[in-house]
Design a protein around this ligand. Structure first.
Ligand code: ADP
Ligand code: MG
Length: 671
């Protein structure tokens, strides 16, 4: 058996099952072995039913009379049954788990683990997990729980695993750094733990393996980048000084540092591969404009790619204003651009120095005469392929210098692993005169009493308001207020104000018009989904309300909040929560801090890396184990990767490893 054999070679997996597995990304034996349990249920030491006490319990018995009925609440089914052991019987209920009817047979004995609680006038066991008793015996009481994939439930995966016990023995080592056999035993113990401690050890090895792969991928990326050629862009101090003198403000210290790093980087004949990180409003665009000016001075072309038409035109307005007085020709290219062919001819001839645009500029017929610098705003919004398309637009044999900008701060641990191949510049200083944003958590029912007076005051001061909603339309199943119904309510309650709504299903041209009216101050309140999230700059907006705040990630709320506080007036952010539950730690952190880097670290700790990856990278990287906050393990893996790379023959010897990391390489690289 080989790890890269298809799953159908496994015992008990026929073509139909294999098809479902494949659909869920489990294609090979390796994928199958690495489909790790999401958790473990401890069925050790069951109590007898007669002795159960309210709270978490484990019992063992037979189940009968399993039936499903609709509930009074819509879209809910209740599956009920009676569990018996020698000492007595207890009622059991599951919600929306009709499959339990088929899964559970009255002949077999099962272990159940769940909450024993008082509901609708009697005690019952609520939504327990369960496993066949014979199966549990095999595993010393600790039972893995697998994520269900379509029709395949956790129990099915346990069955497949049981059938496959023999294959663990043929799992080879992945790299020479670790004692031989560690991998096979870690994988085995992850699926068949014999104690809590063995789970911990197994996961520690697997986390290490993942880190090793990530770091190796990122180091190899760097090596590969070093092999590429780029055109060196000489730094012209005199001209840059002149440019800076014409600005209405002086650069912040952080901006100066970042610009200096970029200019030095572009002087090399190896492509720059740099990430410019800075909190919202820290002035990244200014730095990008300066770098662009440098490249254009040296006789080359530049392009800036933005994720939305609104952002692209905002960049266009800002940057063309800055560069026009130096005789530089800047053009905007989005889906809505008229006379595209004419513009593209000019780009091809080199009559245009800088093209700012959206996805529309990625098409093959957008050709440059001499593209030397690519700037990507909010780079995580773009896929690898899209970024690569841009890179290919440089003259043959040359790669462009690349500057990616992001307002999502990357925690240091991620930087060391996933983004280790990038050079990073950080804008950790806001331009002077920025007003702080006060953040307050409010319950939805407090809107009228507490938020309305603030809105009145904001409108009275001729400032503007963003109101962010989760959904576009009303959905009877959820209680979230949609963009449209919030818009109606506000219109009703503030009849004198001009209020518009905005969402992602509108046509780009329509969105642009609405956004423009808001940015010109013709609209006072903009009710919107998160389409306003990235980069939009309306300094006169000083209040933002975010509904259903609990449903967003920390980083995303921080981004949204950055829509205000961009002018000279103090701004306010209100995080609205539905229901009665007290606000989560995440929201309270937002109340306390406005430091994006700090918040990113908190997010990493509270939610694990999956969340942050999701924000950072398109096609989120699927980390099997939350381990990126483990700095000790990261450092060990880093050292081991360095040792590994010192012996070039390792790369030939450890074929599985080298093939496995290509997926990481694609995700982590920019060029
Ligand atoms: P970011 O893209 O990092 O969110 P922007 O580049 O859009 O930030 O800058 C936000 C605003 O601050 C813009 O209006 C810009 O003109 C202004 N700005 C940039 N740098 C400075 C500075 N050093 N001093 C004062 N204002 C600045
Ligand atoms: Mg920006």
């Amino acid at each position: 058996m080989n790890l890269d054999d298809g799953v159908e070679v496994l015992k008990g997996i026929g073509p139909k099952t294999a098809e479902i597995l494949r659909k869920h990304g489990i294609k090979t034996v390796k994928d199958f072995l690495y489909n790790l349990p999401r958790d473990y249920e401890n069925y050790e030491a069951p109590t007898s039913i007669a002795e159960m006490r309210p709270g978490k319990v484990v019992i063992r018995g037979k189940i009968e009379e399993v039936k499903t009925r609709p509930s009074r609440k819509r879209n809910l089914t209740v599956t009920e049954g009676i569990i018996r052991d020698k000492s007595g019987a207890v009622k059991v209920v599951w919600f929306n788990q009709r499959y339990r009817e088929k899964q559970l047979s009255p002949e077999k004995e099962y272990c159940f683990s769940g909450n024993f609680e008082f509901r609708n006038g009697r005690y019952s066991l609520v939504s327990p997990s369960c496993a066949e008793a014979t199966d549990v015996n095999l595993r010393s009481g600790l039972n893995p729980i697998y994520v269900a994939h379509g029709a395949l439930k956790s129990n099915d995966f346990r069955r497949f695993m049981n059938n496959s016990r023999a294959i663990f023995n043929s799992v080879p080592d992945l790299f020479p750094m670790i004692k031989s056999g560690t991998r096979k035993s870690a994988l085995f113990l992850a699926h068949f733990p014999n104690s809590e401690k063995s789970i911990k050890e197994a996961r520690k090895y697997l986390a290490y393996e993942e880190l090793f792969e990530l770091i190796l991928a990122s180091k190899l990326n760097r090596r590969e980048n070093e092999k590429l050629k780029a055109v060196p862009i000489p730094f012209n101090l005199e001209k840059v000084k002149e440019f800076l003198e014409k600005l209405p403000f002086t650069l912040t210290g952080a901006q100066k540092r970042a610009a200096w790093e970029i200019f030095q980087n572009m002087e090399r004949d190896v492509p720059m591969n740099r990430l410019l990180q800075g909190d919202v409003g820290s002035g990244k665009t200014m730095v990008a404009a300066l770098a662009s000016y440098g490249a254009i001075l040296a006789g080359h072309q530049v392009t800036l790619l933005a994720p939305t038409a609104i952002l692209a035109s905002q960049h266009y307005e800002g940057i063309s204003k800055l560069l026009a007085s130096f005789g530089i020709k800047v053009a905007l290219l989005t889906g809505a651009t008229k006379k595209k062919a004419e513009l593209k001819t000019k780009i091809r001839n080199g009559e245009i120095d800088m093209v700012i645009g959206t996805h529309a500029l990625l098409t093959d017929d957008t050709e440059f005469k001499d593209l030397a610098l690519v700037v990507i705003d909010e780079q995580h919004r773009f896929g690898v392929e899209q970024r690569q398309k841009l890179v290919l637009k440089s003259p043959p044999g040359l790669a462009p210098h690349l500057l990616a900008m992001t307002a999502t701060p990357i925690p240091r641990s991620l930087q060391l692993t996933v983004f280790g191949d990038l050079d990073v510049s950080i804008l950790n200083e806001l331009p002077r005169g920025r007003q702080p944003i006060t953040t307050t958590i409010l319950k939805e029912i407090e809107i009228r009493e507490k938020l309305y007076p603030k809105i009145q005051a904001t409108l009275g001061a001729k400032n503007q308001i963003y109101w962010i909603c989760k959904a576009i339309d009303d959905d009877p199943r959820t209680e979230t207020t949609s963009v449209k119904s919030r818009w109606m309510k506000l219109k009703n309650d503030f009849p004198k104000a001009k209020i518009e709504f905005l969402h992602g299903r509108m046509k780009p041209a329509e969105k642009d018009e609405i956004m423009e009216r808001f940015s010109r101050g013709e609209t006072q309140i903009l009710v919107s989904t998160t389409v306003v999230e990235v980069g939009v700059d309306v300094p006169n907006a000083t209040l933002i309300a975010i509904e259903n705040a609990e449903s967003y990630g920390l980083a995303q709320i921080h981004q949204l909040r950055g829509r205000v506080g961009r002018g000279t007036v103090a701004s306010e952010c209100y995080l609205l929560t539905a229901g009665e539950i007290s606000p989560s730690r995440r929201l309270r952190e937002l109340e306390k801090s406005s430091d994006g880097f700090y918040l990113a670290e908190v997010d990493l700790k509270l939610r694990g890396p999956g969340e942050i990856y999701g924000v950072l990278q398109h096609g989120a990287l699927d980390l099997r184990i939350a381990s990126l906050s483990d700095t000790e393990l990261i450092h060990r893996a880093q050292k081991d990767v360095e040792r590994f790379l010192k012996e070039p023959e390792n790369m030939l010897k450890y074929r599985e490893l080298m093939e496995g990391i290509t997926k990481y390489q694609q995700i982590t690289t920019l060029n």
